[in-house]
Design a protein around this ligand. Sequence first.
Ligand code: HEC
Length: 119
Amino acid sequence: MVRRLNRPLCGGWLGLCALTLLLPAHATGAEEQERGKRLFTTVQPACATCHTLQAAGAEGQVGPVLDEIKPDAARVLRAVRAGLGVMPSYAERLSERDMRALAQFVAHATGGASLPVER
Ligand code: HEC
């Protein structure tokens, strides 16, 4: 009886079941990366004006080369939100979601650690 109740849930295909649970999260992550990449060159003033980041085709020379400092997402988010030295804060012009997308993109592109997935 217990067996029969269990079957429709996963049909014994535990792998397939896990896959369907993981796929949407993965797709969202890719979408977030894309948005972050777009923002990197389109937000005003553009990150690309000041930073070099290969994945975005950016060759700015004012700030540190992101490919070299490989910041984790938390570090990017902190800089974007609060600003740092000549770098302006973006808290007034970007939503929290957009700042996260930027942070995830930069971290992913350079190999830094990402932020925990938001549920
Ligand atoms: C006007 C030029 C300028 C723009 C535009 C700019 N930055 Fe920066 N950024 C800098 C400079 C300069 C620093 C180094 C500041 C310092 O260490 O005093 C910096 C530092 C950083 C750091 C390192 C932070 C740390 O903890 O050391 C990251 C990550 C970063 N910027 C990401 C971005 C992103 C993402 C954007 C776009 C949303 C952006 N920057 C836009 C100039 C800029």
